[in-house]
Design a protein around this ligand. Structure first.
Ligand SMILES: Cc1ncc(COP(=O)(O)O)c(C=O)c1O
Length: 399
């Protein structure tokens, strides 16, 4: 079957909840993917950071094969020999006490919302049913009905009500707005992306995360960092919060935690926070399955060496320097940290989607976010030559 036939079949039999680039991938290795006709493309998207270690990283596929032959699923009704080591290794990596594994990123966010509310009632003393969670404008935390309840993106939000109450939206990067909102004693948490991904790789002002952590601590409010897209090496650090030397009260991980092989996410927090959950109150049949945990443990081991964080920092600086210094007149702003960049064009050159389609024709996969920003997130394993090739194509299609 050729690409057009696969796309037609998907159009006919699949739900139309995505608008993918017109390419059908059948094989992938490292930073490169190959379509059903045998054409090769450089992957500058990395499945929105789920492929931080590239496609089929040999250490990760080896562990996956090994685990497939031993044990794949237990449910949490019984123990496995992977869960304890996973929790210990992940909490060591992040510098917190306890971990709760789930599957998708949205589930990690949902789990954090439940935990924060329970913590608010049982520990902080907020009156029952009154807990408020602060979130940032232009947030993206996933697609469940509760999460889209506090999204200000009409595409994500509209027509999916009635909405879950208990959230207050404040501007991102605005400490005064946070200070005012924290005046409400029923606030239990501030849920925020350290760098906003889907909003267009929006980096907050220097010192913002440090101040957020301090202000939340002073107000006895949990600082929940959604590092699902920004974490695990993407920004040149293990966590984006590391850039400001901040350890949040709750860290949410997903995407790259599964090594590009399995969905696995996690809530990582302190004993006094995750410890509020009691048996039977929360769970998931596949959450913490030994197959995913074994792969995630290898991801953690890879990150523990710091090699990819350093590659991301060095190659990312190179990418940012080139994008900034060689940007054509169409470009309004280049933003980023590590191997993660958003290139925003002036309004009159939007939408950038057709430019992404030209890049695809030239053999590079990049994707737009909203209509004005091209998002770049090559795998952290990419070679410098491949990176330069991808940047050349991006600059060409932006010109
Ligand atoms: C910051 C952030 N949080 C949560 C999610 C949701 O993750 P998932 O798609 O695995 O549910 C995403 C997905 O893009 C994300 O970028």
């Amino acid at each position: 079957m050729d690409s057009a036939s696969y796309i037609n079949l998907e159009e006919r039999a699949g739900a139309h909840n995505y608008h993918p680039l017109p390419v059908v991938i059948a094989h992938a290795e490292g930073a490169w993917v190959t379509d059903v006709e045998g054409r090769r493309y450089l992957d500058f998207l990395s499945a929105y950071s789920a492929l931080n270690f590239g496609h089929r990283h040999p250490r990760l596929t080896q562990v996956a094969h090994h685990q497939l032959d031993r044990l794949t699923l237990t449910s949490r009704a019984i123990h496995s020999d992977q869960l304890g080591p996973f929790c210990a290794e992940l909490t060591d990596l992040v510098g917190l006490d306890r971990a709760l594994p789930m599957n998708s990123g949205a589930e990690a966010v949902e789990s954090a919302i439940k935990t924060a509310r329970a913590w608010g009632y049982r520990s902080k003393g907020v009156p029952g049913g009154e807990a408020v969670i602060l979130v940032a404008q232009h947030n993206f935390h996933g697609r469940t009905t509760t999460i889209i309840s506090f999204s200000d993106d009409p595409v994500a939000h509209d027509d999916f009500g009635p909405y879950t109450p208990g959230f207050e939206v404040i501007p991102f990067g605005d400490l005064e707005a946070l200070r005012t909102a924290l005046g409400n004693p029923n606030v239990v948490a501030f849920l925020v992306e350290p760098i906003q991904g889907e909003a267009g790789i929006i980096v907050p002002p220097e010192g913002y995360l440090r101040s957020v952590a301090q202000m939340c601590r002073d107000a006895n409010v949990l600082f929940i960092a959604d590092e699902i897209q920004s974490g695990l090496g993407r920004t040149g650090h293990t966590l984006a919060c590391d850039a400001e030397g901040v350890t949040p009260d709750v860290v949410l991980l997903g995407k790259a935690l599964g090594g590009g092989i399995v969905p696995i996410s996690a809530v990582v927090s302190r004993d006094d926070v995750l410890g509020v959950l009691r048996p039977g109150e929360h769970g998931s049949t596949f959450g913490g399955n030994p197959f995913a945990l074994a792969i995630a443990r290898e991801v953690i081991a890879i990150l523990a060496t710091g090699e990819y964080q350093q590659r991301s920092a060095e190659l990312g600086q190179h990418m940012l320097d080139r994008l900034t210094s060689e940007a054509p007149a169409t470009v309004r702003e280049v933003r980023g940290r590590g191997l993660w960049a958003g290139v925003e064009v002036h309004e009159q050159y939007a939408p950038v989607r057709p430019r992404c389609e030209v890049a695809l024709d030239l053999g590079v996969i990049v994707k737009d976010t909203h209509s004005t920003t091209m998002r770049l997130a090559p795998p952290l394993t990419i070679s410098r030559d491949d990176l330069d090739h991808g940047i050349d194509v991006v600059l060409k299609v932006l010109g």
